[in-house]
Design a protein around this ligand. Structure first.
Ligand code: FPP
Length: 242
């Protein structure tokens, strides 16, 4: 019988990536401003990270702001930037003090200077950690522009790339690919997130809006992942031999 609870034999993904969708709809349903939805979203994001690392996950990558999101009304963007200004260092510090390296993925030149400074300082504070655990926050991130940037870097260096050298040119260079990508908010698409890195990721879509995606919901996603057979293009028979 399939279970919903994490058990000793549950396979815990090494790297979980999350598309945190639905903050706005969650707030709208409660007649609250979208910025309140993002605030609850940020708190949930931290809660989920704590829970995931407790379970033995080694990397968490979260999609906090896409290049496309940067076209949203300035009011909403200011709300998100203010969340970073007022809470990012404290919230991230709380988790990273477990020895977790923080990395920001994306084109930070698209963000206000003072926000970039906070992000860079927060990253720098975790440079000392080498436990192999990491949190990656994608901000001003778009997978297509990440790929184009990597191609241009290779061209400028006059380099012919391999799959490995190319993946090192991405913002995620040196990090393992995500094993499980979770999207909340009822939409079933990747929205320009980790398109190269997602080649063999298991995908999980939840109808929950992000602020209501509880630790239990994360457990459910991990258990579902654990039931999947990851063949990486091979046959079942080939897998059994290993
Ligand atoms: C998408 O939901 C979510 C975002 C654009 C922002 C995600 C941000 C957080 C969860 C917290 C903030 C974290 C940092 C680091 C700033 P949506 O607003 O598009 O929701 P909707 O589809 O219901 O409108």
């Amino acid at each position: 019988m399939r279970k919903n609870k994490i058990e000793r034999e549950t396979q815990i993904p090494k790297h979980i990536a999350m598309i945190m969708d639905g903050n706005g709809r969650w707030a709208k349903k409660r007649l609250l401003p979208r910025s309140v939805g993002h605030k609850y979203g940020m708190e949930r994001m931290i809660g989920l990270m704590e829970h995931a690392f407790d379970l033995g996950v080694e990397y968490m990558t979260v999609y906090a702001l896409s290049t496309e999101n940067l076209k949203r009304p300035q009011d909403e963007l200011n709300g998100l930037f203010n969340l970073i200004r007022n809470h990012f260092k404290e919230y991230m510090g709380r988790i990273c003090e477990r020895g977790i390296r923080l990395r920001i993925l994306g084109d930070v030149t698209l963000l206000p200077d003072d926000v970039v400074q906070i992000l860079r300082e927060s990253e720098a504070e975790t440079l000392k950690y080498d436990t192999g655990k990491g949190i990656n926050v994608a901000l001003g991130y778009g997978s297509r522009s990440e790929l184009v940037r990597a191609v241009n870097q290779a061209v400028e260096r006059g380099e012919k790339v391999t799959e490995e050298s190319f993946s090192n040119l991405l913002y995620t260079g040196g990090l393992p690919d995500p094993d499980l990508i979770i999207r909340t908010g009822k939409e079933v698409r990747l929205s320009n997130f980790l398109l190269y890195q997602a080649a063999y990721a298991e995908l999980y879509f939840s109808d929950k809006m992000f602020p209501e995606f509880s630790d239990k919901e994360l457990d459910k996603a991990i258990v579902e992942y654990s039931y999947r057979t990851r063949r990486f293009g091979k046959t079942d028979e080939q897998l059994k031999k290993h």
